[in-house]
Design a binder for this molecule. Structure first.
Ligand SMILES: [Fe+2]
Length: 375
């Protein structure tokens, strides 16, 4: 076995970790700081807490929508230049952190963004970046991946480059205590799927397996508690740790077809990313078990099910969990109809970056059938 393992080089984890921000900033050049966040995080006062903890002049850019577009990333990069920012701090969920990441490499780049989509195509390092997650889901603080919506092509596209790793991640469970129930549910399932897909990816290795197993244990045993009582500090801490470990796993092993199927429906019907993944999970994981039944059974054991579980038991457990936390089960709830299926299936086949990791090969006909199972 041979592999390379990469992650964020410096991570502060724990209750109150945000207070380390000021000291961390001293490690970088002086000058203004641009805080990239979303309107929701701004409204609940977390951006303000970050400004206070930073102890430096901060300019806030919060014009970020869910599923951020290429134009949003370009506007954010302009804000970096206008502010003459020496450091960027991304505070929020995946949308804010991914926008901050792309703005970092775009701000002073001569290379156009269109040439950056793909794996390791970015030429120059960006503006130093600190990432602070406020949801337990994306794990973006420890990945070298940023996902943007291409509104012309109705596709979600990924930039993958080690230049997207932040210099520092500050991972503070206190910031997740106020996350609304529906977001806790969707982002939690997203994190669980990062771990399961990394664990069953063709590119899994012993390091990513270790990370994914611990992530599956933490998330499977704490998601319901965090959903039921958002102020449960223990459950919130376990979820944020689980999401981070899952991020470390999938940044290196990759995610697979569940995410590939979630992208076209996310881009076209604006189904929240975690919900899209959760809806697609049943049919896709069932299809995938044939590619690696042993690993799917082991995933169930990692989640804390009894020792002799089958792959089907694992998937049943995950489906029940999604039901318990009230995630929708049908694409029709979001306006997807049978006539949309051929176009969506074509969209999936374009997500070659993720399909390459899938434990089982998949055709466009399979894709159509699998979408129809959850209409
Ligand atoms: Fe995801």
């Amino acid at each position: 076995m041979s592999f390379i393992h990469q992650t964020t080089p410096r991570i502060h984890f724990g209750l109150g970790a945000l207070q380390r921000l000021g000291d961390e900033l001293k490690r970088f050049a002086e000058g203004p700081v641009l805080i990239v966040t979303d309107p929701g995080v701004l409204k609940v006062g977390i951006a303000e807490q970050a400004v206070k903890a930073a102890g430096r002049d901060c300019i806030i850019f919060s014009n970020i929508e869910p599923d951020p577009s290429i134009d949003t990333a370009l506007a954010c990069a302009k804000a970096v230049r206008d502010a003459k920012a020496s450091v960027i701090i991304g505070v929020g969920g995946g949308s804010a952190m991914d926008t901050a990441k792309v703005a970092s490499i775009l701000a002073h780049a001569k290379q156009p963004i269109a040439e950056m989509f793909g794996i390791e195509l970015v030429k120059d390092a960006g503006v130093p970046l600190i990432l602070i997650p406020t949801t337990a889901g994306t794990g973006s603080e420890v990945t070298h991946i940023a996902i943007l919506s291409d509104e012309q092509e109705h596709l979600k596209k990924g930039i993958v480059t080690s230049k997207l790793f932040p210099a520092v991640a500050i991972v503070d469970p206190e910031l997740t205590l106020g996350v609304p129930k529906s977001v806790t549910a969707a982002s939690g399932m997203d994190a669980l799927l990062h771990a399961v897909e990394a664990f069953t990816s063709k590119n899994a290795n012993s390091v990513t397996d270790t990370l994914a197993k611990r992530a599956m244990f933490l998330i499977a045993n704490n998601l319901k508690a965090a959903f039921e009582n958002g102020r449960n500090v223990e459950a919130r801490s376990a979820m944020l740790e689980g999401a981070m470990l899952a991020g470390m796993a999938f940044a290196n092993a990759g995610v697979t077809a569940v995410h590939a199927f979630a992208y076209p429906i996310g881009a076209e019907f604006h189904i929240p990313h975690g919900v899209a993944n959760s809806i697609m999970m049943g049919p896709i994981l069932t299809f995938n078990t044939l590619g690696n039944p042993k690993k799917f059974a082991e995933a169930g054991v990692a989640m804390g099910l009894k020792a002799n579980v089958s792959a089907e038991d694992t998937i049943d457990f995950m489906k029940r969990l999604a039901e318990d936390i009230q995630i929708p089960k049908h694409l029709a709830d979001f306006g997807v109809r049978d006539e949309h299926v051929p176009g969506l299936a074509s969209g999936v086949m374009k997500v070659t970056r993720l399909l390459a990791n899938n434990p089982r090969e998949l055709t466009r006909e399979d894709a159509m059938r699998l979408y129809r199972e959850v209409l």
